[in-house]
Design a protein around this ligand. Structure first.
Ligand SMILES: Nc1nc2c(c(=O)[nH]1)N[C@H]1C(S)=C(S)[C@@H](COP(=O)(O)O)O[C@H]1N2
Ligand SMILES: [Mo]
Length: 194
């Protein structure tokens, strides 16, 4: 079929003319899960779209530029594993994903930048942590738990988390007090000059 008759057939049959699917694994092949704004590098996207960025608008997230990461990019970064005892079931689980500091570095935030990270989760929970503290505690942006991708609706798709069990001063606290700085369903980080 030549192009003309293909187009005619497509129009007649109501066929959608689609672009070929992008190869799996590359940037843009999977949904953006994390948007980092504030004191970042040059960024890879423009301002919040007041019409289409509905969740960010509802949660009053504002920026003029940001750096986005899709699932493939995050899952493809050097991975760190932590094994915290979770307060939900009081069992140790294996959480894996890139170091939070490495994700920020990829967004143009220097490792020793004196900044605070205002993290925002899908339910609006938004703890703030100093980058230096997140590094000290070894925070990761977990993409996987016990070998499986984290689910939206559960603790995912991303969970900023660490291993409290490694820190005696934190283990001294009840397990229910160890995760206040760990937003599950985190999707935005505002990097604030301290
Ligand atoms: N997205 C999200 N993450 C969260 C919370 C929350 O309400 N929403 N609560 C925090 C607090 S204060 C604690 S103690 C733990 C457990 O809270 P949760 O039982 O509400 O998940 O998760 C932390 N992470
Ligand atoms: Mo809490």
């Amino acid at each position: 079929m030549d192009k003309r008759s293909f187009l005619a057939a497509a129009a007649l049959g109501g066929m959608a003319l689609t672009q070929p699917a992008r190869a799996a694994g590359g940037a843009g092949a999977s949904p953006v899960l994390l948007t980092v704004s504030g004191a970042i590098g040059k960024g890879n996207r423009g301002p919040v779209d007041p019409l289409l960025d509905q969740m960010m608008v509802k949660q009053k997230v504002a920026f003029t530029k940001a750096h986005t990461f899709d699932f493939g990019q995050l899952a493809g970064m050097a991975r760190t594993t932590v094994k915290p005892t979770l307060e939900y079931d009081n069992k140790r689980h294996t959480l894996a994903g890139p170091l939070l500091a490495d994700v920020l570095k990829a967004a143009g935030v220097k490792a020793d930048a004196p900044v605070r990270l205002a993290m925002r989760a899908v339910d609006g929970y938004s703890p703030v942590i100093a980058l230096a503290e997140a590094r000290r505690l070894g925070f990761i942006v977990a993409t996987h738990m016990d070998g499986k991708p984290l689910a939206l609706g559960g603790l995912g798709p991303l969970w900023a988390v660490y291993e409290p069990d490694r820190f005696p001063e934190i283990v001294a606290k009840p397990v229910s007090d160890r995760f206040a700085l760990c937003p599950w369903g985190v999707y935005h980080i505002d990097v604030q000059a301290a």
